[in-house]
Design a protein. Structure first.
Length: 522
């Protein structure tokens, strides 16, 4: 990696300018649906065109810009142009629900929202709840914004300097335990997140990533956009994930790696391809690896995918607060470990007890992380910032974990999701992993509910490929054999879909609320 991690830049603008100067004709992005392509020099020019419109609209450096769009040319250009101009980007997640969208738009102080027709009603509803004016600009995913008349400045583009510590991204957590918190990531945070990914996965300028996760999520922003930017590589960005289009896009556009979530891996595993797996394997020889993140990858699913498709899956772990990746399994031929998100790359981690004492290997406690990727602060929430980051810059992740003698981290659960049944601590993931090992289970989520005898009882929800092939009693028997009586779910509910955040992570608290509203549990 000739220039990876060399001091090219301390902000996104100077990084893009570097590659536009030194590798102007190298392809940066391909959009499969529209067949649009942008080289690094074309990217720079189009971002500067967007910035000219910003300048003509009166946008100031440091203003917050939002967009609610599906993936495509407009979303990517707005994301990068906002950073290039010196704004704070705050992408909106259309799946968040109206109440959370209202809150985020208000709390972020965003004055400009670029929105597609599909999501315009949600933005207008939010606008009606505010005391201030929001400028809403209709935007087509492929063709871009319908800029207000004569907004492009006739003056020369005047860009204010950007410092590495300047805020670049304002991302909101899922808000499953209360109001979402706004995470402020600086330009240096974003670059560090991309660098951590590039180093862990040994990315080269010749590599091309497939981005199927939404640009309203940190995984897409820092992994499949920032990592290629840092390494001078490229990416392929379809509008969204599609089971039927996934492998044809990979083959046609010579993708060398992709970043997905366990839910996508499960759906690919259970899909019926129009060609046999051996034929597909022969077409995937350019793919070096797939990357799994945002939720725990069940070992049975991990091994099954690798066997079926012949592609190594690198399990990783990241947070919004850490500009995505903090841990990753090593690249082949080095050996990773199933069930572990890996070892630190560009970060330091430790496990502590409730008193803050660092624990020895193989002892469970809370996982903490330290590094240049760790967020600046929570927006307008100094109390939450002080609770999350200690005076030395260590971030409390809220995850329960152990570190083995080889330095591999094993996540055992979430502090807030731990099930305590009859005094025994039960990690929902342990139950999830067993359910995912059943050949008919596509999605699984275990959780605890109140119980007058045990304090809490275990239940689970699943999505299966064919309801006629599996019953509640057969799944309970499957769990009983592998987990024992105390961890076997008392009830297993069959659903068409499980509530997930933008990363694909199953949201257990929302799942519980859904069951309560339907009357399935008290």
């Amino acid at each position: 990696m000739s220039n990876l991690y060399s001091p090219l830049a301390n902000n996104i603008r100077s990084l893009i300018d570097h590659y536009a100067e030194h590798t102007p004709d190298a392809n940066f992005v391909t959009f499969p649906e529209s067949n649009q392509q942008l080289s690094y020099s074309e990217l720079q020019q189009q971002l500067q065109d967007y910035c000219g419109h910003f300048q003509g609209m009166g946008v100031q450096s440091g203003d917050t810009l939002s967009f609610m769009l599906g993936n495509g040319p407009a979303a990517l250009k707005l994301f990068l142009a906002g950073l290039y101009y010196g704004c704070v980007c705050s992408p909106l997640n259309p799946a968040a629900g109206q109440e959370q969208i209202n809150y985020v738009i208000d709390h972020s102080d965003s004055s400009w929202i670029f929105c597609s027709d599909l999501y315009m009603p949600q933005v207008h509803i939010a606008n009606e709840t505010l005391d201030r004016k929001i400028n809403i600009i209709e935007t087509h995913c492929d063709d871009g914004p319908l800029w207000p008349n004569q907004t492009a400045s006739n003056d020369a583009l005047a860009l204010n300097p950007i410092e590495g510590a300047d805020a670049g991204l304002l991302m909101y957590t899922s808000g499953t335990t209360g109001q979402p918190k706004g995470v402020i990531l600086s330009h240096l945070n974003l670059l560090a997140g991309g660098m951590n990914t590039a180093i862990a996965h040994e990315l080269q300028a010749s590599d091309r990533a497939l981005c199927v996760l939404p640009l309203c999520h940190i995984n897409a922003q820092c992994v499949t956009v920032m990592a290629p930017l840092v390494s001078g590589g490229g990416l392929v960005m379809p509008h969204a994930f599609s089971r039927s289009a996934f492998w044809p896009i990979v083959v046609k556009h010579q993708v060398t790696w992709f970043s997905v979530v366990p839910t996508i891996i499960s759906y690919l595993m259970h899909s019926e391809e129009s060609f046999d797996s051996e034929d597909l394997k022969n077409q995937l020889t350019k793919v070096k690896f797939g990357r799994s993140a945002s939720a725990a990858l069940p070992p049975a699913l991990h091994a099954g995918f690798e066997e079926k498709f012949g592609i190594p899956i690198i399990e990783t772990m990241g947070l919004t607060e850490t500009s995505a990746q903090i841990l990753a399994n090593p690249m082949p031929p080095l050996k990773g470990k199933y069930g572990s998100p890996g070892i630190p790359f560009g970060t330091k981690v430790k496990v502590i007890d409730s008193h803050g004492k660092t624990l020895p290997n193989d002892t469970e406690g809370e996982l903490l992380v330290h590094g240049e990727c760790v967020m600046s602060h929570y927006y307008k929430n100094p109390q939450a910032t002080a609770q999350a980051k200690d005076s030395d810059g260590w971030l409390h992740t809220g995850d329960l974990a152990k570190i083995d003698s080889d330095g591999f981290v094993f996540i055992t659960g979430r502090l807030k999701e731990l099930i305590i049944k009859g005094g025994e601590n039960i990690a929902p993931r342990e139950i999830d992993d067993v359910l995912y090992s059943h050949p008919n289970v596509i999605e699984a989520g275990a959780l605890g509910i109140d119980d007058q005898h045990y304090g809490q009882e275990v239940i689970a929800c699943v999505v299966v490929d064919d309801p006629l092939k599996v019953s509640e009693s057969s799944l309970q028997a499957f769990c009983l054999e592998r987990l024992g009586k105390i961890k076997t779910p008392r009830n297993i509910f069959f659903l068409a879909d499980l509530p997930k955040g933008p990363s694909g992570k199953i949201q257990r608290l929302k799942l519980l609320k859904q069951l309560q509203q339907s009357g399935d549990v008290a």
